[in-house]
Write a protein that binds this ligand. Structure first.
Ligand code: HAM
Length: 419
């Protein structure tokens, strides 16, 4: 018996890492006075149709919809923002307090083709800063994502991409120009983009197909259609990020897969070459709550995909562990005394090591160590052992150093201080 396609058990070997993420996030968010909110996993299908948009991939083909015993249209939530907007209205949270800083985490459901980093049941950690139109709110949420990733020591593997997609009028004007331009090249576009021309043309900007990107290069750019207000908002965000020393790239082609955004759109991507490299997606949504029938309450937020975050953390942990491992490559395994002496010293200093006991020759052993990312290799050649010498090779630089047996303990102590 297997779990359903696109769903996974989270095993005890991994739960510690999940708990670490929650604890870190809770700690950081608590300081900024973000409060946890828990909404139901089931919502009415209407909610997501209204919020995310009927022509989006999520609503069109990815939702888990069903009818309950009373013929109500129900959906397993594909994301958290729509539910939070609904909760603000259902609970009249807007009455007493104009500002709400909320965070949430939990399972989301999208019927997508499963692959590494893409599941049908996945988990998000998200925050929503509700009640401010000011760029400082955008900066606060971006900074919080940056802080959480920094504390989880994943920041170095990530880049922040930023865009302003303006307000509805600006985007409509741009969309018309984009359609006119793309129609001229319709037959050269990829199949998906051809389908999107009339239904959701902005998503074409996000196409991964080279030919389509080539065509877009000479097309209209959204930035040129933005008015003073949008530009000013965006400029202030960029200035503050510079001040806070948070690095970002402006990506004029960044549009999001959900319709509710205006002004700021951003994504944090991992440097991995895989297509599932968007770790965090977010932006401003000033009209969503009003669109649901409530008052006009501006908001901004993001969600991080936790499975993708875990992949990143595991990659880092693997590299860190392997970087710290000392590899022992021997010409043969007959010089038992020196091998055990070295192991004893490594153990004394609490150093992680791997003795290669395979039958391959010495140079192949060294190549193997280098391939798996080992940095430090102790090399035992029979000729040198006779002279009571061994070599330490730094596989990342190719440099090596001869060590006399008499200095071995001292040298290994030195290794401990630098690894
Ligand atoms: P989203 O870009 O659709 O935005 O999803 C956010 C993140 O969830 C993605 O960057 C990705 O890491 C993760 N994710 C999405 N789909 C999958 C999947 N099938 N498998 C694994 N991970 C996935 C939203 O959901 C918005 N609600 C974010 C937001 C909050 N905007 C404003 N506030």
């Amino acid at each position: 018996m297997q779990p359903l396609r696109g769903t996974k058990d989270i095993l005890p070997t991994d739960t510690e890492m999940w708990q670490n993420i929650y604890d870190t996030a809770r700690n950081v968010l608590n300081k900024y006075n973000y409060k946890e909110i828990r909404t139901p996993i089931l919502e009415s299908t209407d909610l997501f149709e209204k919020c995310i948009g009927n022509f989006t991939d999520i609503v069109n083909k990815e939702m888990y919809n069903f009818k309950d015993q009373s013929e109500r249209r129900i959906t397993l939530r594909p994301e958290g923002t729509s539910s939070i907007a609904r909760a603000v209205l259902s609970n009249k949270l807007y009455l007493n307090n104009q500002m709400h800083r909320l965070w949430y985490s939990g399972p989301m459901f999208r019927y997508e083709r499963p692959q590494q980093g893409r599941q049908r049941q996945f988990h998000q950690l998200g925050i929503e800063c509700i009640g401010s139109l000011k760029p400082i709110a955008d900066i606060e949420v971006i900074q919080l994502a940056h802080k959480i990733l920094t504390q989880l020591r994943c920041k170095e593997q990530c880049t922040l991409e930023l865009n302003s997609i303006g307000n509805i009028q600006e985007r409509d004007l741009y969309t018309k120009q984009l359609i006119t331009y793309l129609k001229k090249y319709e037959k050269d576009l990829d199949e998906d983009s051809q389908k999107r021309i009339n239904k959701n043309p902005l998503r074409i900007l996000d196409s991964k197909i080279d030919k389509t990107q080539e065509i877009l290069k000479d097309g209209p750019i959204l930035q040129n259609y933005l008015g003073i207000e949008s530009l000013k908002h965006f400029e202030q965000i960029c200035q503050s990020l510079d001040y806070l020393n948070i690095k970002y790239n402006i990506n004029n082609y960044l549009v999001r897969g959900l319709d509710y955004y205006n002004y700021t759109a951003f994504e944090i991507k991992t440097k991995s070459s895989s297509h599932q490299n968007t770790l965090c997606g977010g932006g401003r949504y000033d009209n969503l709550i009003e669109q649901l029938g409530g008052p006009k309450i501006p908001a901004v937020g993001w969600a991080i995909g936790l499975e993708r975050l875990i992949i990143l953390m595991k990659e880092r942990l693997n590299t860190e562990t392997i970087h710290k491992t000392i590899y022992i490559a021997t010409e043969d395994l007959n010089n038992i005394e020196i091998i055990w002496d070295i192991i004893n010293i490594l153990e004394t200093y609490n150093l992680k090591f791997e003795l290669d006991i395979t039958n391959i020759n010495l140079s192949k052993k060294i190549r193997k160590a280098s391939k798996i990312g080992v940095k430090t290799c102790i090399i035992l050649r029979n000729e040198e052992i006779k002279k009571r010498q061994i070599y330490i090779k730094w596989l990342d630089t190719g440099k090596q150093q001869m060590i006399n047996f008499s200095n071995l303990r001292q040298y290994i102590y030195y290794l401990k201080t630098i690894l």
